[in-house]
Write a protein that binds this ligand. Structure first.
Ligand code: BES
Ligand code: MN
Ligand code: ZN
Length: 499
């Protein structure tokens, strides 16, 4: 999907549709509609217009009858002008994009608001493009009859002012790259487990690395054994598909750049293992590698955007299945770095494979480590699908992520890791136990992970539990249900502002 800034007035915009944002404030509303009346003359008695007040979620379409260059005009309500935010623009542009989809429409345009409002033009144009592109996403590669497939291939952002147009050129190109990375993350999450399993996930990462100039190193089972990744081996033991450990690196040769490590949970299917899940809803667990998908998407975007940071992506990839060779409750695992864990429930597998990666990450002497995982149902109970659970050992790092979350609206919400919870994961026979009882499950999972940051080699760490936000049960304005790709825009925004 292209994003093209175009210098034009509303009359001139060259596209199949053009959208105007209209606020509900009386003065601005009448001025905007007044301008339209000058163009269309009889706009007043278009029935829909009579009820249009510029309120949020209102949208009307007008056939332009050659009065303007674009055949169709959408008016989208944007509510009170003082309350216009980037997120409101994303919603409004998404609504227009979805409404614009017909077999003939290829280019859709948005006229940047010409009235005064509280947003920077770059932020506004970026939000509009994001809302449009992300809302048009569909996972339809397995649908044979794609009759109703959207033909939209270009988003045009129009403004009569050349300075504005020049100013949004670079941000538009960047937004395109970021949206493509979100699409990749969504595609990977939505792909069924017979398409995306550890080996094919690794292949996809490798392909992206080759195409966009970062490096990919893939460990096979033998190498994983040699390195002593006991958690990854234990979880993969029940599957006939071998595990992989994926190491991605951007700017590896730049010794003076800070190192940031991203870790993504790559469970390509989570049946629960011997502690098997109920069959209802189990199919959703093909998305249990959403964290890995975000890491791959973020690496790709960071590389294409040439972000000045040494970025490392670590992905333990495995299936979690029951079989005669599977990990069993009661087993004790020795992880990378030597810490042992008692497995009380094989369905708490994410933390077992992340443990190895978290211990391994210390080798990079990172300035920050961020892990992303669809880790606990408890986090979904706590926060639902509108906020990612955030845990960490450094307030400044969490503040940076919070601010990136607010800007991108991929919001994170801090939950505590008070030491009082720790006794829930105390084991009598190993260093730690992999489940913490009934209450505070997202917290005890985070505390389990924290145990694997080497004591003699500490780093600043944040854990993002994306169980609720990465696999959507319901449509959102610009993310259909299924894999949302949440985390890509958040992390890129965070990395762009890195020191
Ligand atoms: N992948 C699941 C967590 C999950 C649940 C993600 C629902 C998205 C939606 C994870 O591996 C898991 O099974 N967690 C268990 C942990 C429990 C056994 C301590 C859970 O949350 O029930
Ligand atoms: Mn599980
Ligand atoms: Zn899982």
């Amino acid at each position: 999907m292209k994003i093209t800034p175009q210098k034009s007035t509303l009359r001139q915009v060259k596209a199949d549709t053009v959208t105007l944002f209209i606020p509900e404030d009386k003065n601005i509303f009448s001025r905007e509609i007044g301008n339209l009346t000058k163009i269309f003359r009889e706009i007043d008695h278009i029935v829909e217009i009579e009820n249009f007040k510029g309120k949020i979620d209102e949208i009307v379409s007008i056939h332009s009858q050659s009065k303007i260059a674009a055949p169709k005009l959408f008016l989208v309500g944007i509510g009170e002008v003082d309350k216009i935010t980037a997120e409101r623009l994303r919603h409004a542009s998404a609504a227009a994009a979805k409404k614009a989809q017909t077999p003939k429409v290829k280019q859709i345009a948005y006229q940047l608001p010409q009235f005064e409002y509280n947003l920077d033009k770059i932020i506004a144009s970026t939000a509009i493009a994001e809302g449009a592109i992300l809302s048009l996403y569909k996972f339809d590669k397995y649908i044979s009859d794609k009759k109703d497939k959207s033909k939209i291939t270009e988003i045009i952002i129009s403004d009569p002012d050349e300075t504005v147009i020049n100013g949004i050129k670079k941000p538009s190109a960047e937004t395109r790259i970021i949206c493509e990375a979100v699409k990749l993350a969504r595609d990977l999450s939505n792909a069924p487990s017979n398409e995306i399993y550890p080996e094919s996930l690794a292949e996809t990462a490798k392909l992206s690395a080759k195409q966009y100039g970062f490096t990919a190193t893939i460990w096979d089972k033998k190498k994983i054994e040699k390195e002593g990744f006991g958690g990854l081996l234990a979880v993969s033991a029940g599957s006939v598909k071998p595990p992989r450990f994926i190491i991605l690196e951007h700017n590896a040769e730049k010794k003076d750049f800070d190192t940031v490590v991203l870790i993504g949970k790559g469970v390509t299917f989570d049946s629960g293992g011997i502690s098997i899940k109920p069959s209802n809803g189990m199919s959703e667990m093909k998305m249990d590698m959403a964290g890995a998908a975000v890491v791959i998407g973020t690496m790709e975007a960071a590389s294409r955007l040439k972000l000045p940071v040494h970025l490392v992506g670590l992905i333990p990839a495995t299936e979690n299945l029951p079989s005669g060779s599977a990990l069993k409750p009661g087993d004790i695992i020795r992880h990378y770095g030597g810490t042992t864990s008692e497995v009380d429930n094989t369905d708490a597998e994410g933390r077992l494979i992340l443990a190895d990666a978290i211990a391994y990450a210390a080798n990079y002497k990172p300035k920050a480590v961020i892990d992303l995982a669809t880790l606990t149902g408890a986090c979904v109970v706590a926060l639902g699908q509108h906020a990612t659970g955030m845990f960490g050992n450094d307030d400044e790092l969490m503040t940076q992520l919070k601010s990136a979350g607010d800007k991108t609206f991929e919001r994170v919400w801090q939950l505590p890791i008070f030491e009082e919870y720790e006794k829930q994961i105390k084991s009598d026979i190993a260093d730690v136990k992999n489940i913490g009882g009934k209450w505070g499950g997202a917290i005890t999972a985070a505390l389990f992970l924290k145990k694997f940051i080497p004591k003699n080699n500490q780093y600043k760490w944040v854990h993002l539990d994306i169980a609720g936000t990465a696999m959507l049960e319901e449509n959102l304005p610009y993310a259909p249900k299924g894999g949302s790709g949440v985390g890509v825009r958040l992390l890129i925004e965070f990395l762009k502002n890195w020191k």
